[in-house]
Design a binder for this molecule. Structure first.
Ligand SMILES: [Cu+2]
Length: 142
């Protein structure tokens, strides 16, 4: 009886860990092949929905990349901006300033520098003034 219960608990932990890991490293509904089409990532800053599109996708290092941010129903006055960083690594300030287009989307260009460590895992933090921050994690192509 007890042995069985322990087995069930172990199985539940294993399933939980698998779900957690898949969720943590999920890049959003994106195509993994390199393309000139945008990868659109969805996140939330405070209660604000944040859509971040990066073109090309996946973004190459050391090349100009287009960033488009959509904030449906955004009530804030300030333009959002994107900070590019790597988890647990000091890569220097790398901010992408965005400006509002006629269609209400915010656009800007930025460059992912090549990491000396050879890692490709980057974070894009979108700050929507008055709402909060949304962090997106993804891999930069070589
Ligand atoms: Cu790095």
């Amino acid at each position: 009886m007890w042995k069985n219960r322990r087995r069930i608990v172990a199985l539940a932990l294993l399933i939980g860990a698998t779900i957690y890991i898949s969720y943590r490293f999920w890049d959003g509904p994106v195509d993994r092949r390199h393309s000139e089409t945008a990868g659109t990532l969805r996140g939330v800053a405070g209660g604000q929905e944040v859509l971040l599109s990066i073109t090309p996708w996946p973004p190459p290092a050391m090349r100009e990349v287009d960033f488009t941010v959509s904030l449906p129903g955004y009530a804030g006055t300030g333009s959002p901006y994107v900070d590019l960083s790597m988890a647990g690594m000091e890569m220097g300030r790398n901010r992408v300033d965005l400006s509002r287009g006629a269609d209400g989307r915010y656009r800007g260009t930025g460059v992912f520098v090549r990491c000396p460590s050879g890692m490709h895992d980057w974070e894009a933090t979108v700050t929507a003034p008055g709402a909060g921050k949304a962090v997106f994690r993804f891999a930069v192509a070589d």
